[in-house]
Design a protein around this ligand. Structure first.
Ligand code: F6R
Length: 243
């Protein structure tokens, strides 16, 4: 694992932008894996700026998001489809048909998972995957205990994840209980991974990621076995591993 420790959230976002812009410039038809949440918000703004300044074009790129809530329609403002449209897709030239998210509002969820996995494979796999990390070590929505060999699947969200995400909803009761997520196996098949981690409240999490045994109890620990992972952490998140 490569470590980049930077001063703050802004610098973390800029480093991530540089890696993504460089990848798409080198490989215009790159397959990008994308994440939602608070962590990549500034990164997406910077990616939009890079596009507007003609430093990058997404015309031939393809994207696959990590996850989507089950039972939430794509135009619902709480959906990850909506998040991605607002924060990125509406502002860049990535064609809509090349921007993929799991289909969380469908009768046959298993089929939706299989189709998603197949689509990723047909696209040649993910070249560059962006990850955030949950306080319990989840990546995507692979909560503690998720087998490492799972592909895209339906998950029950951990109570702590629903609590953490309640800030995006009017009340915790509105936070969905299930999601579709790329599995750990799917994520580990990405050719390159960039994990962003910011803020003091994630300091224990980064400590665990670096020091805990590789175990399904802390899903992100598996990343230590991936050959090409870069962790970009701000000083606050890295405060416990620096000492
Ligand atoms: C989001 C995702 C999650 C988040 C994680 C951290 O698509 O897959 O794993 O990356 O929950 O979320 P934030 O960035 O809000 O702390």
């Amino acid at each position: 694992m490569d470590f980049i420790i930077v001063d703050n959230y802004e610098e973390m976002s800029k480093r991530a932008r540089d890696i993504f812009v460089e990848k798409v410039n080198k490989k215009p038809n790159a397959v990008l894996g994308l994440a939602t949440g608070s962590t990549p918000e500034r990164f997406y703004e910077l990616l939009i700026d890079a596009y507007k300044q003609n430093n990058v074009s997404f015309e031939n790129a393809t994207s696959f998001n990590l996850d989507e809530y089950v039972g939430v329609s794509p135009d619902n403002s709480q959906s990850y489809h909506h998040y991605m449209n607002e924060k990125l897709f509406n502002h860049i030239n990535l064609p809509a048909k090349q921007a993929n998210l799991p289909e969380g509002e469908t009768e046959d969820l298993q089929e939706a998972c299989n189709k998603y996995e197949e689509k990723i494979k047909n696209a040649g796999g993910v070249d560059l995957q962006l990850l955030g990390i949950g306080l319990n070590g989840h990546i995507g929505f692979n909560e503690p205990g998720t087998p490492f060999d799972q592909e895209t699947h339906v998950v029950d969200l951990a109570p702590s994840t629903r609590e953490a995400n309640a800030r995006f909803f009017d009340s915790i009761d509105e936070v969905p209980t299930k999601a579709i997520t790329m599995g750990i196996k799917t994520i580990m098949q990405s050719k390159q991974i960039v994990l962003l981690i910011s803020g003091e409240k994630k300091a224990d999490c980064l400590y665990q990621l670096v020091n805990d045994p590789i175990s399904e109890d802390f899903p992100a620990s598996i990343l230590r076995e991936h050959p090409n992972v870069t962790i970009i952490a701000d000083k606050a998140a890295a405060s416990k591993i620096n000492k």
